[in-house]
Design a protein around this ligand. Structure first.
Ligand SMILES: Nc1ncnc2c1ncn2[C@@H]1O[C@H](COP(=O)(O)OP(=O)(O)OP(=O)(O)O)[C@@H](O)[C@H]1O
Ligand SMILES: [Mg+2]
Length: 238
């Protein structure tokens, strides 16, 4: 089987100094893959580099047979990759419905929005409300729905559960869990590494811009060395 997403020796960052120092990772069709690591490890930077939001100094990013490395962000989205940023992932002053309809490149936006309301019933009751007035969990569902409007083959999620209460965390991860069944492969960054690995097939642990460990999610969950790496000293997890 060929990977849907293949990143090889990717280096880059925000200025002359590379934050990513040569990252390689692969995502196979139908997988959920977790990227874990402590604050500042470079997790968001990897996702942004895959999306083309940062300068790249070397390395390749392949989506199936398509070389993304020289494409614009918009062209990457057109290739079937979706992205939910860690922050600023909805337009706070627009209504829920407007947030869905402003997504570019959707063929039948109204039908697609209805499909999103069916998937996220909490949003259906708030169509006219400003996204900025939603609860954290609802806002995260809206961010998710915005990315799913385009029916991406591959979805990149950057900390979808950040700042949510435990019950809401489970709710969001339940939405992630079922994505492969509807044809969407997932690469997800999570601080809640244990919960995220529990719904993943494989994981990568990033430390200081490098892949420090990788393997089957089950193995990472049982490896004390992995726990030291992804828990760091800031973790809320036990
Ligand atoms: N806009 C920026 N300009 C310059 N440096 C940045 C910028 N954003 C992040 N960095 C630096 O890049 C490094 C990696 O940051 P990144 O956001 O990828 O970490 P992260 O693993 O996602 O952390 P977190 O868990 O806190 O979200 C950090 O040292 C950070 O300070
Ligand atoms: Mg981050």
């Amino acid at each position: 089987m060929k990977p849907v997403l293949s990143v090889q020796d990717l280096a880059g960052g925000y200025s002359e100094v590379d934050i990513l120092k040569g990252i390689s990772l692969e995502v196979m069709p139908g997988e959920i893959v977790t990227i874990a690591g402590t604050n500042g490890a470079g997790k968001s930077t990897v996702i942004k580099a895959i999306m083309g939001l940062l300068p790249r100094s070397r390395g390749t990013v392949m989506l199936g047979d398509t070389d993304l490395a020289t494409l614009s962000v918009e062209d990457r989205l057109d290739c079937g990759i979706g992205y939910v940023p860690q922050v600023a992932n909805v337009f706070a002053s627009l209504s829920v419905h407007e947030n869905l309809l402003v997504v570019q490149g959707v063929k039948k936006p109204r039908e697609r929005a209805d499909a999103m309301y069916a998937l996220f019933p909490a949003l259906a009751g708030h169509r006219r409300r400003a996204a900025g007035s939603l609860s954290g969990g609802e806002r995260q569902q809206l961010a998710f729905a915005r990315a799913l409007m385009r029916q991406p083959d591959t979805l990149l999620l950057d900390e979808p559960t950040a700042a949510l209460s435990p019950a809401r965390v489970d709710e969001i991860l339940d939405y992630v869990r079922v994505l492969p069944a509807s044809g969407t492969t997932v690469l997800m960054v999570e601080q809640r590494a244990r919960q995220s690995l529990a719904i993943s097939q494989r994981g990568y642990i990033i430390d200081q811009g490098r892949v420090a460990m990788q393997g089957a999610a089950r193995d990472l969950l049982n490896d004390p060395k992995a726990a030291d790496l992804f828990l760091g000293k800031h973790s809320e997890q036990t």
